[in-house]
Design a protein around this ligand. Structure first.
Ligand SMILES: [Zn+2]
Length: 388
């Protein structure tokens, strides 16, 4: 199942080659997977001779619902089981509307999207999503922010979906930076083993791929690089306390929310990262200066992670960074200035090419991975449960 999931249609001989298993074992395994509906015979390619029969994942047997919850708006989508976006919606609700209200809107948008696509609720095979803040491995939200408590997000989401007739399928939630990292890993950089994906929006967060695997840490909090004290010579004259509880924390000094707060002092009113990016793009000297300081702090913070993890690629995305090459250049300069040349030799630092879709594509891979994880498939096969 894992080989077919990751490599696409395979013949019996290719499965033997990939797994090293005996042909009889492959035959037995294929029979079980075909009988249970996970795998179907692939259409033979036209050509001369009789091609070997290939087998593929049964990807036309449903869809996933995905959601990427952001600080000021949330994107909801429906994807194929191969994680291609079929339709998207934007929910313009800030986080401080509360988790239940926001998930209710996500569920309503999902129902509307399914209707637009002519699909029944029974076509949904799973839900994948990401939210800001920190989520432990059980789906409970920690480091509460913007009115969200320390609550069981999976349960809240399941309640709101089932109220609208959407239920009976598994749900997976992760940190926003983690789903973004999965999206970049699977869509744009499948051959990169070690990378950082930094999301720069109203908040700053980071996902880590180490040796080809998303690194979550012991309890799901790996990658929280932004909440740490500022360098001593960078501390502002007025003492500040971050929502994480730390005094003089770097995160509010380099995030869209922090930049908006600083610009508010000069009479500019912003509610989204896109608005800040647009003002800086017009050449506004003040906005560029504030953004420049934030970018330098971000580069210094990222250089700490670079020294620890020695990545070969850093992707900088999020609404403040997307289509903002000058911000990425400033961050790149600060990373290189604050890292040993040996550690940054061969390091690429780029903007995201899939921009706003990275999170939703990653959310689709999150639920797909969970459903097709070999041990999960084995467990369902042994219980006599099929894919369909
Ligand atoms: Zn903090």
């Amino acid at each position: 199942m894992r080989v077919i999931r990751d490599l696409g249609p395979c013949s019996r001989a290719e499965l033997v080659n990939q797994t090293g298993l005996a042909r009889a074992t492959i035959e037995d395994r294929l029979t079980r997977l075909v009988d249970a509906g996970y795998v179907v015979a692939a259409q033979s390619a036209s050509g001369t001779g009789r091609p070997a029969q290939k087998f593929r994942f049964n990807d036309d047997s449903g869809v996933f619902i995905v959601a990427d919850v952001g600080s000021t708006h949330t994107r909801v989508g429906v994807t194929s089981l191969n994680c291609e976006l079929l339709g998207t919606r934007e929910v313009p609700l800030p986080l401080d509307a509360g988790a239940r209200t926001l998930f209710a809107s996500v569920a309503e948008s999902a129902m509307e999207l399914l209707g637009d696509l002519g699909l029944a609720a029974s076509a949904v095979r799973g839900f994948g999503g990401g939210t800001p803040g920190a989520i432990d491995t059980a789906g409970t939200h920690f480091m509460p922010r913007d009115g969200w408590g320390e609550e069981d997000l999976i349960r809240l989401l399941r309640d709101e979906l089932s109220l609208r007739g959407l239920g009976g399928f598994p749900l997976e939630l992760d940190r926003d930076a983690n789903i973004m990292t999965l999206g970049e890993m699977r869509t744009s950089f499948p051959h990169i083993r070690d990378m950082l994906v930094v999301k720069v929006g109203m908040a700053v967060s980071c996902g880590i791929a180490a040796n080809g695997v998303l690194l979550r840490g012991a309890h799901g909090f790996a990658g929280d690089i932004a909440h740490r004290p500022l360098a001593a010579d960078d501390v502002p004259p007025t003492e500040t306390r971050c929502r994480c509880g730390l005094e003089n924390c770097a995160e509010p000094m380099m995030s869209g929310a922090g930049i908006a707060a600083e610009l508010r002092g000069y009479g500019h009113e912003f509610t989204t990262s896109r608005q800040i990016r647009t003002l800086a793009g017009t050449g506004d000297a003040l906005a560029q200066a504030v953004l420049g300081r934030a970018a330098r702090r971000l580069g210094i913070v990222i250089s700490g992670a670079v020294r620890t993890l020695n990545p070969e690629l850093i992707v900088i995305g999020g609404n403040l960074a997307d289509q903002n090459s000058s911000l990425i250049e400033m961050v790149r300069a600060a990373i290189l200035e604050n890292s040993h040349p040996l550690v940054t030799a061969g390091l690429s630092i780029v903007g995201s090419s899939i921009t706003v879709d990275a999170g939703m594509l990653g959310a689709a891979h999150l639920i797909r991975d969970a459903l097709l994880e070999p041990r999960a498939v084995d467990l369902r096969l042994n219980r006599g449960e099929g894919w369909l």
